[in-house]
Design a protein around this ligand. Structure first.
Ligand SMILES: C[S@@+](CC[C@H](N)C(=O)[O-])C[C@H]1O[C@@H](n2cnc3c(N)ncnc32)[C@H](O)[C@@H]1O
Length: 304
């Protein structure tokens, strides 16, 4: 992890700033280390250069990391034994279980995802459309919210001065990193985290790209949570690019909602539904109901 990423990061449990402590690596790249909230002692691991920041309820097992770095962590004040007093956002257990189910499935299916011919074909529609919609802006950083294995990470890096790429699937991020290592002019910073509890500071990005992810966030409440974070982390005159499964035309025969293999939830949205959800936090400036057959796309700005 580059120290350039630190100014973007915030504790997903309480929004407070974090300190970077490096155990392995060098001044430009922490390979192993922790991000510490000095107020609570809560800490987040950096493993193989990738920071992992989930709320307590979504935290994965830390035992191997603690066993390895206990001696370095204890003097820093990392709260190793007990979870700090709970200030994490409350969330219904069944909603968190659905996020966990997708996280597991995405990790298991990361390799398979890259082999999907339908996605390779769809890229011919998506890539020029996203490029045109976002335009180039080398003055502000861009957030890729749900970067997956990196179908568009190279494109978004090409269009911006710095890219923060977030996903909850560590295996997808690892594949993404291999795919783009040394190939982008702009720095790409990866963050392993949940978009509905986004560990990023407010007012950080000029543009956010959220492509092919929204339909997998499993409830309206969680989608609103994501949109609130997307709004908060954008500059007030920033732009959100969002594409999501469409419910209309032929896609009406594919079902309104359900689960893909492995427990990946999905919902298809009519134009009215998608507009209605997004308009709680954003003003929609452009809406394209049919980006190809399966998707809709929109551009929006945070409401004043
Ligand atoms: C269909 S893939 C799309 C990835 C990429 N945008 C693309 O178009 O290839 C959906 C991605 O969103 C991620 N994702 C879904 N819900 C998420 C959440 N709540 N937080 C973080 N990532 C999430 C999944 O892990 C997966 O990598």
């Amino acid at each position: 992890m580059s120290p350039q990423l630190l100014p973007y990061l915030a504790d997903p449990n309480d929004g407070l700033p974090l300190e970077l402590h490096s155990f392995e690596g060098n001044a430009r790249d922490t390979r192993e280390g922790v991000l510490l909230n000095p107020h609570t002692g809560r800490w987040y691991p950096i493993r193989d250069g990738i920071p992992t920041l989930f709320i307590d309820a979504l935290r994965e097992g830390d035992a191997p990391f603690v066993a390895r770095y206990r001696e370095a962590m204890t003097p820093l004040g990392c709260n190793i034994e007990a979870a700090p007093a709970d200030s994490s956002p409350t969330q219904a257990a069944d909603e968190l279980a659905r996020i966990e189910s997708e996280r597991r499935a995405r990790d298991e299916q990361a390799e398979q995802y890259d082999r999907m011919i339908s996605l390779k074909v769809y890229e011919y529609i998506e890539t020029p459309t996203y490029r045109k919609a976002l335009g180039e802006d080398f003055t502000t950083p861009l957030l890729e919210a749900g970067c997956g294995t990196g179908r568009f990470t190279g494109l978004f890096a090409e269009l911006s001065k710095e890219l923060v790429a977030v996903d909850m699937s560590r295996d997808s991020i690892l594949r993404n990193r291999v795919r783009h290592a040394g190939k982008t002019a702009a720095p790409v910073h990866y963050v392993h985290a949940d978009l509905t509890h986004l560990p990023l500071k407010s007012d950080s990005f000029g543009r956010t790209a959220h492509c092919g992810v929204y339909e997998h966030i499993p409830s309206r409440e969680l989608r609103q949570q994501f949109l609130a974070h997307a709004c908060r982390t954008l500059h007030s005159n920033g732009t959100l690019l969002l594409s999501a499964y469409r419910y209309g035309g032929i896609t009406r025969f594919f079902g309104k909602e359900g689960e893909h293999d492995g427990g990946i939830p999905f919902t298809r949205f009519t134009e009215e539904e998608l507009r209605d959800e997004v308009e709680t936090d954003f003003e929609i400036e452009y809406f394209r109901p049919n980006l190809g057959i399966y998707m809709s796309m929109l551009l929006a700005r945070p409401k004043a």
